[in-house]
Design a protein around this ligand. Structure first.
Ligand SMILES: Nc1ncnc2c1ncn2[C@@H]1O[C@H](COP(=O)(O)OP(=O)(O)OP(=O)(O)O)[C@@H](O)[C@H]1O
Ligand SMILES: [Mg+2]
Length: 290
């Protein structure tokens, strides 16, 4: 692989292509993911965001291209293989077993056994410890059915931590969450980074993206149309890239479009810090939106 000196990136994608029948879902994607950063993947519906994450997660195989992990070329044939490489993922619509408790769901399919006997004590104690890493108050003995959507998302994220991964992939981690729950999940993501891990998250909610990411990758029609350091870009620039507008004239039109105009306006309304969320909650600002 080509190196420019220094440490190789945690993950490098080179010329990744994948087709579903005649649909070219990804067309020559090149991307470096570094250690201890949060990378947000944004783009319109059907742009290829989930497909990209599924390839890194070992859920889909690229038709062409190379993947390097810590500088070594790898294939990631399955989610289990990804797990062994230190890559963990949470996809949209994560399923749980409603009749089991939190600890049992965390260890679903990876139960800890001693001499063929399930070691509930060990699983409970490890479950407690990963939930503590996230500073979550969820009790390991609670039935999953009794948890809110946000708490379920917390359990899904906690589940990724069992194998102490270097890279955590989250597909729309804040979709369908209330403002308070979103603030909580965003704080977990920051915590994961502060522990030295890397998070790649697909997210269509730009306030969340700007609140938590170090870099923003824009995908449009299966290609990467821009990679930005979050502090060096703006909502307008990202939205224009998502929409695929290039000229100043077109750029003005995006605020006229109900879809993108709404996104531009939203950013003026939403401050996704915890204190702002608390403030809005106190004022009942989000009533009806929970
Ligand atoms: N398993 C599949 N079979 C056929 N086509 C697929 C499959 N998965 C994805 N596609 C197609 O590939 C393209 C990219 O899909 P993908 O799910 O990656 O988009 P996305 O950016 O995650 O969109 P969304 O925001 O709606 O989640 C779309 O045109 C989609 O219809
Ligand atoms: Mg998707």
């Amino acid at each position: 692989m080509h190196r420019t000196g220094g440490e190789p990136p945690l993950l490098r994608l080179e010329d990744i292509c994948i087709k579903f029948g005649f649909v070219e879902a990804l067309k020559s994607v090149n991307l470096d993911i570094n250690r201890q950063e949060v990378v947000a993947i944004v783009g319109d519906n059907g742009a290829g965001k989930s497909t990209l994450v599924k390839i890194i997660a070992g859920f889909l195989q690229p038709g062409f291209g190379h993947i390097y992990l810590n500088g070594e070329e790898v294939t990631i044939p399955s989610i289990r293989a990804a797990d062994r490489m230190g890559i963990a993922s949470v996809f949209q619509g994560q399923e749980f077993c409603d009749n089991l408790n939190v600890a049992a769901n965390l260890f679903l399919g990876k139960e800890v056994n001693i001499g063929g006997v399930r070691d509930d004590e060990e699983m409970n104690s490890r479950a407690r410890s990963v939930l503590k890493t996230l500073s979550s108050a969820i009790r390991v003995g609670s039935p999953i059915a009794s948890l809110s959507t946000g708490q379920r998302q917390t359990v899904a994220i906690a589940r990724t931590l069992l194998n102490d991964p270097q890279l955590i992939l989250l597909d729309e981690p804040t979709a369908a969450l209330s403002v308070m729950q979103t603030a909580e999940v965003l704080s977990y993501i920051k915590r994961l980074r502060s522990e030295g891990r890397t998070v790649v998250m697909v997210c269509h909610d730009l306030p969340d993206v700007f609140a938590v990411s170090d870099r923003i990758v824009v995908i449009r029609q299966g290609r990467i149309s821009g990679v930005h350091r979050t502090v060096e870009t703006s909502y307008e620039e990202i939205i224009a890239e998502i929409a695929g507008v290039a000229t100043e004239h077109e750029y003005e039109e995006i605020t006229e479009s109900p879809k993108y105009g709404n996104m531009v306006r939203e950013r003026k309304l939403i401050d996704r810090t915890m204190s702002a969320a608390l403030d809005r909650n106190a004022k009942g600002y989000w009533a009806g939106n929970e």
